[in-house]
Design a protein around this ligand. Structure first.
Ligand code: CS2
Length: 495
């Protein structure tokens, strides 16, 4: 028997245990245009909007998704067939499951085939907010200089071709140009990525981009566009076949791309919008005047904690975060990293108990119902580590504080990039835009222990710091001793 598909007409047939959108979706307007409709957006911002749409008077805040990447073509086809509805399966640590269907997305445009449609949509007066989850790498932020990478081929293309954009900056600039020329109000640009000061960074990048492309536009953007900073949080693993089967069995309809996520969600946003904003605080988000300490805490503890477990756990031969952190040796290492190397660089935050925050993180990572793959965590490490971990190392070096635990992670990343197998000689699933360059530098380690950290575009002058080199050398010596196992090296680094 074939199962009917999830869409607007089958929605009413779903069993009572599924929380479906009961609001009138035909009355919604897309006040938000979102670039980068990955799993995280669908579990986070789109979920908050879905909750809000249950309240009257929020109809103007639905979402139109935009896919910039070629591999978003399939997503567009699926969403179109499903009337932009999708299932969200929320898995609590105790096994409880919230089954939901999210209805806040009402359109999706696949940009490569519809460039003008995307520019028109962004420029449309209904669009009040353009939000982004384009991943850390999508910002083309140079890890050392903190400037826009003007050597990137897509950026070069977009600066020279304002009417034929590829990047988020290209599209946003094209639409803001229309608004400027037609004397329309500017939209807010809201980053939802894991970058400290994500709004300020987006502003700086877009201003640099437009200075090259159209200096008058750049001036107008600087004056009219707001870029609120925000801390975003919800662990959202990659959708598996088992997730798809779960929905077929439990919702009684088929969904080709459901999303599964943890029960925890957090969104702390600076209240700084060009043309109004949804009352997200009515559905659990928090508006603050300065998000800096929240962002730093989350990126340096949660995201870096993920990388610590991801890189060390991969070498050990584990494949998921929960499996890694329920091994007490890894939990102990992670906790020591958080207490001894991250906590000293964090600001104290009124109303936040850091110890409790760290306990909660370990509990969230241990959720046995969230099989978050280490391959996802380690994907694009070259874009993540500078912000998640290297910043902590540099801050500790500056104050003379120890950073051996973080340094072992950098050295293990060298081994990971060099050998590309775990300690049981099984191949690692590596996905990184810099994979070849990383391998090239790492593979010189046998003859030059410090070769990997000579990759200046990532590590800056780290290799010129004797205090770091000493720790790094010790880690490399241990890791490149054939009989040593990662756990014994972790233990001796802890001692
Ligand atoms: C993860 C994040 O990509 C990563 O390495 O740390 O995707 C993490 O799961 C989210 O930021 C949680 O909010």
């Amino acid at each position: 028997m074939t199962t009917t598909q999830l869409n607007q007409s089958t929605l009413a047939n779903l069993p009572n245990h599924v929380d479906i959108p009961k609001y009138d979706r035909s009355q919604l307007k897309a006040g938000i245009v979102h670039i980068g409709v990955g799993g995280f957006h669908r579990a986070h911002q789109a979920m908050y909007v879905n909750e809000l749409l249950k309240t009257l008077g929020s109809e103007q805040w639905a979402i139109c998704g935009i896919g910039l990447l070629e591999n978003n073509r399939g997503l567009r086809d699926i969403l179109q067939k499903q009337d932009y509805l999708y299932s969200l399966v929320v898995r609590h640590p105790n096994g409880k499951i919230d089954n939901k269907v999210i209805g806040s997305m009402i359109d999706f445009i696949f940009a490569p085939d519809n460039k003008q449609t995307v520019i028109d949509k962004l420029a449309h007066t209904d669009t009040k907010i353009v939000s982004l989850t384009i991943t850390e790498g999508g910002y083309n932020l140079h890890p050392i200089t903190g400037e826009l990478d003007l050597d990137n081929s897509d950026i070069i293309h977009d600066i020279a071709n304002p009417n034929d954009p590829i990047t988020a900056y290209g599209y946003i600039a094209a639409a803001l140009k229309v608004r400027k020329e037609q004397s329309l109000a500017a939209f807010t640009v809201q980053s939802c990525d894991n970058i400290q000061h994500n709004g300020a960074v987006t502003r700086k990048m877009l201003l640099t981009f437009t200075q090259q492309q159209d200096p008058e536009l750049s001036k107008w953007i600087a004056e009219h566009v707001q870029f609120p900073n925000a801390m975003v949080d919800r662990i959202t693993p990659v959708t598996t076949k088992a997730d798809i089967e779960y929905v077929t069995e439990n919702y009684g309809v088929s969904d080709e791309w459901p999303i599964t996520c943890e029960s925890f969600a957090q969104w702390v946003i600076e209240d700084n919008f060009s043309q109004g904003r949804p009352n997200w605080d009515a559905v659990g988000a928090q508006f603050v005047t300065d998000v800096t300490p929240f962002e730093k805490m989350k990126i340096r503890l949660l995201n870096a904690g993920h990388s610590v477990l991801g890189i060390l756990g991969s070498i050990h031969g584990y494949s998921t975060i929960d499996e890694t952190v329920t091994d007490k040796d890894f939990a102990e290492y992670l906790r020591a990293f958080m207490d001894d190397e991250v906590t000293p660089v964090l600001d104290t935050l009124d109303g936040i108990d850091l110890d409790q925050y760290k306990d909660t993180l370990i509990e969230r990572f241990s959720n046995p119902n969230i099989k978050d793959g280490l391959a996802r965590i380690c994907s694009e490490t070259s874009a993540k580590l500078p912000k998640f971990l290297l910043a902590t190392i540099n801050e500790n070096l500056a104050t003379g504080n120890d950073c051996s635990l973080a340094t072992l992670v950098v050295a293990t990343w060298c081994l990971y990039s060099d050998k590309q197998v775990n300690q049981n000689q099984q191949a690692l699933d590596i996905q990184d835009a810099m994979q070849h360059e990383l391998a090239e530098y790492a593979q010189k380690t046998a003859t030059d222990k410090f070769a990997f950290i000579q990759l200046k575009s990532l590590f800056g002058d780290l290799s010129e710091q004797p205090a770091f080199n000493q720790l790094y050398e010790k880690s490399i010596d241990a890791l490149y001793t054939p009989t040593r196992h990662i756990k014994s090296i972790m233990k001796s680094t802890l001692a």
